[in-house]
Design a protein around this ligand. Structure first.
Ligand code: UDP
Length: 472
């Protein structure tokens, strides 16, 4: 045991991106709240984000050095993928990660944990853990549906059977009829052999590690939880939704980066709105749109007639010159634009919020589900197209805007009328009511899953038992 009290000690090593760090810290909080010693390893510049998200929980942080610009070819202070979004920087950033192996092993040696939970993008962490005879578990914050699609696409390569980027193909042997196009698959620069190998190894680590922790609960996706374990043969524990460890308003507000709006001001604004009337619009921690697209969204929100909170990441601190003329005056009491980071979970959980326009990052999907909300789905990259299909076709609580091209692969802006129509469909009328009722049922099941005796709580017990018996 890594601890004098005989408790299990788990070391967490999240990928250096906000959408990976936040759920990993939540996961560490789940472990800490159940009497497990938790330590998070990260680089210096990512530590403040983690400290804020830890809140009052007892979790240690160990910092390691990110390799210097001379070694990586990256600019100074580029330690989070949010500051490495341009493709040339991103590939250098991903390749630099292997240099974290030695510092991580140093920490393992000093901390004597019983297990390492590391993101898929650190495939070498399995070998690092093995050096100390402890298991490595993979956590990349996803649920079973996207995990199943990712694994099936890797296994069957259905995209190789079509001749164009737009020709649809089916995922073979999948539990539901799932159609995709090549435009919706992550685009890999085939000429970059080092990067391709990193991706292959990352995917492989799901198979070669001790197992995978899914950020999900069984009742949300039983068919896919079973398929992942029984058909794809993966060992997995579902411990989510991990965001539910944030119980009070202060915890919800301090999660992630420092919010660009005062928490009390935001709550006061929400308080002044009717229940279920506000549409919350946010596209995650990384996406920013071109001006032409932002303008279409602005016009759509105004035309929908609903009050809204809209998180705009582009040009934080700059003037909103792309807004339609007079928009801010007309929307003065109706719309709140947050320039930068929003306290998302706090907003979603407020009774005034009635719908969520999202890019379908898995964290946002689960946070919206926990709030019992219907979604407008607007996927852009990574596995978000799969998550969007999950919301609209599997659990049937989402309406799409017809986005079907990975961002950066061309395509016209989504037009105002399409966005307006989708927002109206989730906010009012019979269809909206039905979706909201289904979402509310899922929200109730999510809470039951993490309570004592629930499916996620039980899976946690089983994981801890396995770790305990291993380390005796
Ligand atoms: N988030 C937030 N405020 C923001 C943007 C994002 O709190 O303004 C949080 C959100 O609650 C979620 C995470 O950041 O937990 C984003 O993860 P997701 O998987 O939804 O998208 P990604 O940013 O990875 O694309």
């Amino acid at each position: 045991m890594g601890n004098d009290n005989g408790e299990v000690h788990v070391l967490f090593f999240p990928f250096l991106a906000n959408g990976h760090i936040i759920p990993c810290v939540d996961l560490a909080r789940v472990f800490a709240s159940r009497g497990t010693k938790a330590t998070i390893v990260t680089t210096h510049l990512n530590a403040p984000l983690i400290t804020r998200t830890i809140g009052k929980a007892t979790i240690n942080i160990r910092t390691i050095n990110f390799p210097s610009p001379e070694v990586t070819g990256l600019p100074e202070n580029c330690e989070n993928s949010e500051s490495a979004l341009a493709p040339d920087k991103f590939f250098k950033f991903m390749k630099a990660l292997v240099l974290l192996q030695e510092p991580l092993e140093q920490v393992i040696q000093e901390e004597h944990p019983d297990c390492v939970v590391a993101d898929m993008f650190f495939p070498w962490a399995t070998a690092s853990a093995a050096k100390f005879d402890i298991p490595r578990i993979v956590f990349h914050g996803l649920g079973f549906f996207p995990l199943c699609v990712l694994a099936s696409v890797r296994q069957y390569k259905p995209e190789e059977k079509v001749s164009s980027y737009t020709e649809p193909f089916l995922i073979p042997n999948f539990p539901c009829e799932l159609t995709l196009t090549k435009l919706q698959l992550p685009q890999v620069p085939q000429h970059d052999k080092v990067f391709c190998k990193l991706l292959d190894d990352s995917n492989e680590s799901e198979v070669t590690s001790y197992g995978v922790i899914a950020n999900s609960f069984y009742e949300l996706e039983p068919v896919y939880a079973d398929y992942y374990r029984n058909q794809l043969g993966r060992k997995a524990w579902h411990l989510g939704p991990v965001s539910l460890c944030n119980r009070d308003s202060e915890e919800k507000a301090s999660r992630g980066r420092e919010a660009a709006i005062d928490e009390h001001e935001c709550l006061k604004w929400l308080q002044s709105k009717e229940p279920k009337s506000v549409v919350y619009v946010c596209f995650g921690s990384m996406t920013s749109f071109p001006d032409a697209q932002l303008k279409e969204i602005a016009m759509a929100l105004e035309a929908s007639g609903q009050p809204f909170i809209w998180v705009v990441r582009k040009g934080e601190g700059e003037k909103l010159e792309w807004l339609p003329e007079g928009f801010e005056e007309r929307m003065e009491n109706k719309g709140l634009i947050i320039r930068g980071w929003a306290p998302q979970v706090m907003i979603l959980d407020h009774e005034a919020v009635g719908g969520f326009v999202t890019h379908c990052g898995w964290n946002s999907v689960l946070e919206g589900v926990c709030a019992g909300l219907p979604f407008v789905t607007w996927p852009m990259y990574g596995e978000q197209f799969y998550n969007a299909k999950f919301l609209s076709d599997v659990v049937k609580i989402g309406v799409g805007v017809g986005a079907n091209t990975m961002i950066g692969m061309g395509g016209e802006p989504v037009k105002k009328d399409v966005i307006e129509n989708a927002v109206k469909r989730i906010m009012a009328g019979e269809e909206a009511e039905e979706m909201r009722n289904r979402a509310k049922e899922l929200a109730t099941l999510a809470r039951k899953a993490v309570d004592v005796g629930g499916s996620s709580s039980n899976d946690f017990n089983s994981l801890i038992e396995q770790l305990r018996s291993r380390s005796h």
